[in-house]
Design a protein around this ligand. Structure first.
Ligand SMILES: Nc1ncnc2c1ncn2[C@@H]1O[C@H](COP(=O)(O)OP(=O)(O)OP(=O)(O)O)[C@@H](O)[C@H]1O
Length: 215
């Protein structure tokens, strides 16, 4: 599947993102210094920010085409995302948080048991997000992001809050899910080891622009 992005977005603070790229890679990394616009780019793709002008497509699925007046609602884009903050439903226990995403996809979803075991969440299934540690919350958010077998997966620093001892195993698990279910993924990370391990293409951003690409 080819993912393509062309668009621009202007923040009142003066920050301007103007970028175009396309990728066929299973995992594409977006790298660049702090404040270069990586999270803004993912937010535009997810539909959490509205671009001034854009055409954003994943294969045959057009998420946004401002010239044609198309802007699909975020919840209808079938995008799984994991942002730096975990955005779990605070009123639902961990089990319900994950089941919500599994149910959204029906039979094609990833097995709940498999997710829970690999991410070591058995012990916290009946707790509310507020009572979890940062690393635990992050693992729940990761389970939720991949559970529905999304058309596109957006990972923003996915391993940053994960304890060292779990990081390697979780990286292997996420990579296996992405490969097995052929989920095109955009990965934002400052962690060069993670990028090298997961991504076959790297896009470099700086000051809201794409300044380099390599495969
Ligand atoms: N909610 C906001 N309101 C105003 N400015 C913002 C907001 N969020 C981000 N910015 C600014 O927009 C620019 C791009 O930010 P963005 O978070 O996309 O960068 P980033 O590359 O993801 O950075 P980091 O690696 O630190 O997460 C920065 O100058 C940032 O300060």
């Amino acid at each position: 599947m080819t993912f393509s992005f062309r668009g621009c977005y202007h923040r009142e603070t003066g920050f301007m993102l103007e970028a175009a790229f396309q990728t066929d890679a299973r995992v594409t990394a977006i790298c660049g210094p702090s404040g270069s616009g990586k999270t803004t780019l993912l937010s535009l793709i997810a539909g959490l920010l509205k671009p001034t002008e854009a055409c954003i497509c994943a294969g045959d699925h057009v998420f946004v085409d401002t010239q044609k007046g198309i802007c699909i609602a975020p919840e209808k884009r079938q995008i799984g995302f994991l942002f730096q903050e975990d955005r779990l439903f605070p009123h639902l226990r961990v089990k319900a948080n994950i089941e919500y995403a599994v149910r959204r996809r029906g039979d094609g979803g990833i097995a709940f048991k498999d997710l829970v075991q690999t991410l070591e969440l058995e012990e916290v299934l009946h707790r509310f997000p507020d009572s979890l540690s940062g690393g635990q919350r992050h693992r729940v958010a990761l389970a939720r992001a991949v559970a529905s077998r999304p058309k596109l997966l957006l990972l923003d620093e996915p391993m940053s809050a994960i304890e060292d001892v779990l990081r390697d195993r979780i990286t292997t698990f996420v990579k296996r899910l992405i490969d097995e279910f052929q989920i095109p993924t955009l990965l934002v990370s400052h962690n060069r080891v993670l990028v090298e391990r997961m991504a076959s293409k790297v896009i470099e951003m700086n000051k809201g622009k794409i300044v380099g690409q390599n495969t």
